[in-house]
Design a protein. Sequence first.
Length: 391
Amino acid sequence: MQTQTHSTKKIIWLNLVFFAVTTLAALIGCPWYLAHYDLSTLDTGLFLFYVAATGMGITAGYHRLFAHTTYKANGLIRFLFLFFGAAAFEQSALRWSSQHRDHHRYVDTDRDPYSIKKGFWYAHIGWLVFWKHPFHFENALDLQKDPMIMHQDRYYGVWAVTAGILTPVLIGACFGQALSAFLFAVCLRLTFVYHATFCINSVCHMFGKATYDVDATAKDHWLVALITFGEGYHNFHHKFPVDYRNGVRWFDFDPSKWLIRIISHLGMAWDLKRTSRFRILEARLAGENLSTRHSLTNSGANSLMVKPLEQLALQHARVCETLAHWEEAVRSYRALVRGQMAAHSEELKTAAAQKISEAQRVFQEAYERWSRLIQYHPLQLREILLSAAAA
Ligand SMILES: [Zn+2]
Ligand SMILES: [Zn+2]
């Protein structure tokens, strides 16, 4: 039997009806409820808790733990992510992860289940409602070894309805507020988390900044990061998908990264994968170099750009060199520590540590000069590079 490799156009009625009912209930039911009743603390709390728990069930759980295995976690954490991930009604973890691995592997091609090349609305929601996609579970053999993941996949309907509908409605019912729990913690919450998640595939593959991979359709978008618990740094994520962080700088809004770190401090997660800061800086510099080259070549005749482009390449190479020296200083220090040299080890270690500080300072100065340079308007930059070449 031949395996189907491409998606086919077909209305998925279950998804269509489910989206329609929950969206209509949220858009009509919630305002109607607010017009007749006051919202209790329980309603607000349950809604916010379910937004956070199911949102991060998808981001820290389905995405970073299962699809990309960016860290390892114990049984309790895996269960909680499977439970709240199912409550988000975005398929089983196995199916979600398998499709997501295809998205990364075949990005922007026909085999990408939510390819942005098929348009904004296709990538946002159309792929779920009007298309049937083949599954290639051979890309998720590791996940198939986990009995809990397989149970969630086999009995997905039971998991999803229990976690996503029955639990919040029962909690509400205990306080006489089953209806508001259904409207807010189920319907409104589902609608919000759906479209927030969908924005990653649509907005983040069309709008925003391409800092680390200029040619990728994946972009970093701060607003999407705000509503998706940190998943909006999608350019970084496509460049370094096995990093447990999406917002890599300390000030980037990435609550999923903070949650993973808290869980690891509690001893329930470990082996958090981080990309070396040198690889990240290298990618950032390469991205800045390429986009500056693009803007220079787009600003004038190619023949007038030969010398400025050569000079730009030289400036880029110089910063990269200072970065390489800094990395080398770190490597030497680590080798020294590993070697545990007996004689004069403290003096040698202090000297090696000083070399790191010095190399880091030199890089930072070079990077500041580079950053100032690439800020110029292309025509002004062209003149600056020409005079630097003549000097
Ligand atoms: Zn993507
Ligand atoms: Zn991913």
